[in-house]
Design a protein around this ligand. Structure first.
Ligand SMILES: [Zn+2]
Length: 421
């Protein structure tokens, strides 16, 4: 499944990592962020850090000075593991993070190979990690066509990620609604209608030429002031492929560049809607299997886990909001291991409850928490082993709410029926 389209799981993972990093704070100005774009020499970055190390030696606060210098050394060490930056470049975050109040700082290092090329070369030492240049990868990079039309003219634009290009502006040549004196009203109306048809045909042709060749065209947004856009939509001016891609028809005050800007301002909302439509469709498929008792679905953590292990899952559906972890407990004496699923905020209590508790196998009071993994990750990994699609479903739609409330946030559409369910 290698395509340019980022899956909802990849986006979910990146968002989680970045949110976690963005929430970390240093004691002082001592967290290092380094972006190395592809094509940059690693040795250049290392030399730059050497200079920064020199500068850091002038920092007054002893603790901050030490923390910054330690962080810089760690980053240098990590950089040295690379002969050259990976194809998409490299981002390193490193710094002393308080673990549990002041004085409990520990140096944490994160190396991120971005999903798309980073274009900046940046070193920052700040009280926070500078994740914003990676945040932009969370935005969908698919293209959207924008077609603005009213009786006076039309504008065609393409929005790709954040890049907007106005491809064409046309004037209609259609005379106004009020005729000049002396003409027959009916004749005038006919003439105007004819001109309008010609104009619509012309816009349709240009739109087909412009938008049809675009790969990954996610949708077409039709916009403009007044009712003309609806007349255009109703007629057969657009290729049916494009017609099916119309995701929204919106009112704007203008039809030219200003109108395009109006659409772009609304674009994030429109794109979210597109994802919601996808989520609804996926959920409706699941609900169909439920409603028709086909046996081609299952839900609940245990059932879904079993189906995943059997390789029976086609699509794994997980609610974005499920805050549950899978904890692994091990006995340090006999090696006994078990896994438990619990709410993430219960993890600390759970860990404490283990102390003094006898091991079910050897009875020694040596159980300890050795690992905890978010349930979403845990199940998503299982899904990846068997090439199941993973869809992270938001609770923004009614169907998404249903997944969370009625099915515990964990469900699956199956490839084949499982026995003894
Ligand atoms: Zn034991």
């Amino acid at each position: 499944m290698s395509s340019d389209k980022k899956t909802s799981l990849e986006l979910f993972r990146l968002r989680k990592t970045l949110n976690a990093l963005a929430s970390k704070e240093g004691r002082g100005t001592e967290l290092v962020s380094l972006y190395v774009p592809p094509g940059k020499q690693i040795s250049d970055a290392i030399n730059m850090l050497r200079d920064e190390y020199g500068t850091a030696s002038n920092i007054k606060s002893t603790t901050t000075r030490k923390n910054v210098m330690d962080a810089i050394v760690k980053v240098q060490q990590r950089l040295k593991l690379f002969k050259e930056p990976p194809a998409n470049g490299l981002v390193i975050f490193c710094g002393a993070i308080p673990q549990n109040g002041a004085g409990s700082e520990r140096i944490e290092t994160y190396v991120i190979v971005p999903p798309e090329p980073v274009h900046i070369y940046l070193y920052r030492c700040d009280a926070r990690f500078h994740t914003e240049h990676l945040q932009e990868f969370l935005r969908e990079k698919e293209s959207y066509g924008i077609l603005l039309i009213d009786a006076s003219g039309a504008t065609l634009a393409v929005l790709q990620g954040r890049r907007l290009e106005i491809v064409r502006e046309m004037t209609s040549g259609v005379p106004g609604k009020t005729r000049a004196g002396g003409q027959s009203a009916r004749r005038y109306e006919r003439l105007r209608e004819m001109r309008l048809q010609e104009y619509f045909t012309r816009v349709g042709e240009h739109a087909n030429e412009t938008f049809l060749p675009i790969e990954n065209l996610k949708g077409l947004i039709l916009a403009g002031p007044g009712p003309t856009k609806y007349d255009f939509e109703k007629g057969d001016y657009l290729n049916y492929i494009l017609k099916n891609k119309i995701i929204d028809v919106i009112d704007t005050a203008y039809v030219e560049e200003q109108g395009v800007k109006e659409v772009v301002e609304k674009a994030p909302e429109i794109m979210r809607k597109v994802r919601y439509v996808e989520e609804k469709q996926i959920m409706q498929q699941f609900l169909y299997e439920v409603g028709h008792d086909t046996g081609m679905m299952t839900y609940g953590e245990e059932e879904v886990r079993r189906a995943l292990e059997a390789g029976a899952v086609r699509t794994l559906l997980l609610s974005e909001g499920i805050d549950i972890v899978r904890a692994t407990v091990r006995c340090s004496v006999c090696g006994y291991e078990e896994q438990q699923t619990l709410k993430s905020q219960m993890l600390t209590d759970f860990e404490q409850s283990l102390s003094g508790k006898p091991c079910p196998k050897c009875k020694a009071p040596n159980l300890g928490l050795v690992d905890s993994q978010e349930l979403i990750e845990n199940l998503a990994e299982l899904a990846e082993y068997t090439n199941a699609d993973v869809e992270i479903i938001s609770d923004e739609t009614e169907e998404g709410q249903m997944l969370k409330k009625s099915f515990g946030g964990i469900a699956a559409i199956l490839r084949f029926k499982l026995h003894n369910q």
